[in-house]
Design a binder for this molecule. Structure first.
Ligand code: FUB
Ligand code: ZN
Length: 799
């Protein structure tokens, strides 16, 4: 009997290439329907993929050229003199990832110019490869005095930071994508030459190391599927089995992988590893990996998943936080981690056939993941916070460009997540207007989806089998449509009233059973059969479990798969942190064609709050409150934003009272003005390292003298300064300052105040200094940074 793997490959249009290969004896029981078989032409994803092809891919290639990523290869190939390299030993991977993205994109729309360029890059990569297959420009160019992350010998610092195997992993993924998309073996030959070297050098009884940054495991699994070479799968398995227990949590090496049951450490590394464990379990049948990743998945969905699908809460080690540690303003939620989360959840679905994995995938896809790229396709987020006071802005490029190149390859692959198949079961997982052709054992089937998803829940499927044939359509009924906000109980809908979910075939209502989250329709289908699914899409207010202290007294707005946020440009005075909305406030929805490329705009009523001088009562002003999809924020310049909307005034961040400080014009020795607002926002941090409120900092400076200054609204008599220092030791680069002094402006000169109490520089508290009263128009703090660190300021008050 043919394995599903063989069947799906045959039908992927790779027949010329793939039929010569041997199907692996085992693989995932369910196989995705390849993106090449699904043609998306909706108004949501198709424009995004088009922008990826037309803007993001050329932009990323241009930046790689400009930033020297391509010159790294030219130097390794001997085409450029000298040993100048870019900053990170994983910079080669940006080229691999963009080749992967370009390969996919060129399948959707031919682009001969891009194809020629990609071919020239592949030729260059081949020239940069050492004769025995080693490919890592950072050593080849500078073998005598390598980067500090790199050992003097190959693989020496692999378990730490060298990223030698990480580079190989992305090369393999790109090579397989390029081969499958184009049928060309040019990059695949480079990849297999490199993988053969790995097989010779690494493994039991040879060099026994685990990859410091996982990804080579999934790359090897893909190479194995394409070449049938058992050693590649064996090596992927070895890299999992050799990991732990003597390493650390940062790269998931404190325990053997099969003994792990919690998501810990660097989120991208972790999630690529969980994906690899799924691959190796599927390809070898080793169930111990499954026990581990099932437990880890439960840990993530019940304790560590943002409502946006983002994972990796903390910037300290770009890592998963502790259970329920999901801060909003300081959320890290790296774009790469969202991409990895989709990869992992897709694999969990392929293993188990349960829609709950696709629910997580969809949440991530429509929210935390696509928030990583601007609507214009040329600006990006690396961390994806869930609240901002304008200090977060998209960048055109980052020195560490992992998220950008990852986006190029992911966006182009989206149609590959729509369908999957297992024998005569056809899974409809995602909803987008599209046409597709699939090969089931019972025969060929074409499916046409028509929908306005994610803006409404109506789905029309035209089922067109080539002949009358029996098969089972399994249509995913999303958790949100069943009033289950998310698997794992981390989130719930405030008003969870189940609604009927009508399904019709050829206009007639059908009774259906739900099996693992799928409506099961088994029948003899014939050309022209019409399936209509109406998902009841209402605007839901979502609450987090009370263990998430950052979300207490707040709700989030979700409609269908889309999570919304309040953003400055749509709300009074450009402010949203100071808004509260009653739990019961009705929410209206209107589709706005001209806003942010077309979105549902939500409108409700709330109040904005402001502190008062000499009173604990907040001043409140009624106002309309508008919400846009979270993914579309930060496309109109820096702005206030929040996903979680307070319904309790205590959870909101009122506007400051009109104190001397808040009425002043702040300035500082920093070039950027992004965080000046933090100085007088009147938000008390929990402690000095609290990164969940805005703060001003001088990192990466050290040992310099810096300043902050208030120019008063009018001449004022002052005699007290209170400052709360930002100090994110031991992980971060800021510490309390070595010392500081207060100066006031007198006759155009800065004069030190005469302090009557000592200057203190304590952590986790206000540092108050009193001085003889001065009448002045400006006050300045002069700050001496510590010898080895920067410092920062949460709040500066004056009286
Ligand atoms: O180490 C390579 C990449 O850089 C990681 O995947 C990202 O998280 C960033 O640290
Ligand atoms: Zn990244």
């Amino acid at each position: 009997m043919r394995s599903p793997f063989f069947v799906s490959l045959l039908y992927l249009g790779f027949t010329g290439v793939a039929s010569a290969q041997q199907a692996p004896p085992r693989d995932y029981p369910i196989q995705p329907v390849a993106f090449t078989q699904v043609h998306v032409h909706d108004t949501f994803w198709a424009p995004k993929m088009q922008t990826n092809a037309d803007v993001t891919i050329p932009h990323t290639l241009q930046q790689c050229r400009q930033d020297g990523h391509i010159d790294n290869f030219r130097r390794a190939a001997g085409e450029l003199p000298g040993d100048k390299l870019t900053q990170f030993p994983f910079d080669d991977t940006d080229i691999y990832k963009v080749i992967e993205g370009a390969s996919y994109a060129m399948q959707v729309k031919k682009n001969p110019q891009l194809e020629t360029y990609v071919d020239s890059l592949i030729t260059l990569i081949g020239k940069a490869q050492e004769p025995d297959g080693y490919l890592y420009t950072f050593r080849t160019v500078k073998a005598a005095k390598p980067h500090e992350w790199i050992g003097t010998k190959r693989w020496e610092k692999e378990e730490d930071l060298s990223h030698e195997l990480y580079n190989s992993g992305h090369l393999y993924e790109a090579a397989v994508a390029h081969y499958q998309a184009t049928g060309k073996k040019t990059l695949l030959d480079i990849a297999t030459k490199n993988a053969d070297l790995l097989v010779r050098d690494l493994g039991p009884g040879k060099v026994e190391v685990y990859p410091g940054h996982q990804v080579v495991e999934i790359g090897l699994a893909k190479l194995y599927r394409v070449t049938g070479k058992q050693q590649y799968l064996d090596l992927a398995k070895f890299f999992l089995d050799v990991r732990g227990p003597k390493g650390n949590d940062y790269n998931q090496a404190a325990k053997r992988v099969v003994d792990q049951d919690e998501a810990v450490g660097h989120a991208v590394r972790a999630t690529y590893m969980y994906s690899a464990m799924a691959d190796v379990a599927a390809l070898t049948g080793d169930k111990r990996y499954l026990t581990a990743i099932d437990a880890i998945w439960n840990d993530v969905v019940s304790k560590k998943l943002y409502i946006t699908g983002g994972i990796g809460a903390t910037g300290n080690g770009e890592a998963f936080g502790k259970p329920f540690e999901l801060p909003n303003m300081s959320a890290y939620a790296e774009t790469c981690a969202s991409i990895a989360n989709v990869y992992w959840n897709q694999r969990m679905f392929l293993l188990h056939g349960d829609a709950k994995y696709v629910d997580v995938l969809e949440r991530t896809l429509y929210n935390g993941l696509i928030a990583g790229v601007s609507l214009s396709g040329d600006h990006f987020f690396y961390p994806n916070p869930l609240a901002s006071m304008g200090q977060h802005q998209r960048g055109a490029w980052f020195a560490c460009a992992c998220c950008i190149s990852n986006m190029t390859r992911f966006m182009a692959s989206v149609p590959g997540y729509v369908y999957a198949q297992n024998a005569d079961n056809l899974y409809v997982n995602l909803f987008m207007t599209s046409t597709s052709d699939m090969q089931l054992p019972s025969g060929k089937v074409g499916i046409e989806q028509k929908t306005n998803y994610p803006w409404d829940g109506q789905l029309d499927l035209a089922v067109n089998p080539q002949k009358r044939q029996e098969f089972t359509l399994r249509i995913r009924i999303p958790g949100w449509a069943q009033q289950q906000a998310s698997p794992g109980g981390l989130y719930r809908f405030m008003d969870a009233t189940p609604q009927p979910i009508p399904l019709r075939v050829n206009g007639k209502p059908v009774q259906y059973t739900l099996d693992h989250g799928y409506a099961v329709l088994k029948r003899r289908w014939q050309k022209g059969d019409q399936v209509t699914l109406t998902l009841p899409m209402a605007t839901e207010k979502v609450m987090a479990t009370t263990q998430v202290k950052d979300d207490l007294g707040k709700f989030a707005l979700q409609r269908g798969p889309v999570v919304y946020c309040l953003e400055g440009p749509d709300n009074a005075n450009g402010l949203v942190q100071n808004i509260t909305v009653d739990q019961k406030a009705p929410v209206e929805v209107v589709y706005q064609n001209g806003l942010l490329n077309g979105i549902n705009l939500l409108t409700t009523n709330g109040v904005s709050t402001r502190r008062q001088l000499n009173s604990d009562q907040l001043l409140t002003t009624p106002q309309a409150v508008k919400a846009i999809p979270y993914y579309a924020w930060a496309n109109r310049g820096p702005s206030d934003m929040t996903v979680w909307v307070p319904y309790e005034a205590s959870a909101s961040k009122p506007q400051p009272a009109p104190t001397v400080a808040s009425r002043s014009t702040p300035s500082s020795s920093l070039k950027s003005t992004k965080t000046l607002k933090a100085l007088a926002d009147q938000y008390d941090p929990i402690d000095s390292k609290d990164a969940n409120y805005p703060y001003l900092h001088w990192w990466p400076k050290k040992n310099t003298i810096e300043f902050v200054q208030y120019d008063f609204a009018e001449p004022t008599t002052v005699s007290e300064s209170k400052v709360y220092w930002f100090d994110d030791g031991p992980w971060g680069g800021c510490r309390i300052p070595a010392s500081y002094k207060v100066y006031y402006q007198k006759d155009g000169k800065w004069v030190p105040v005469k302090n009557t109490t000592p200057y203190t520089v304590a952590k986790d508290n206000y540092n108050t200094v009193n001085f003889e009263p001065v009448r002045t128009t400006a006050l300045k703090l002069e700050v001496q940074l510590p010898v080895d660190n920067a410092t920062g300021i949460h709040e500066w008050m004056v009286k």
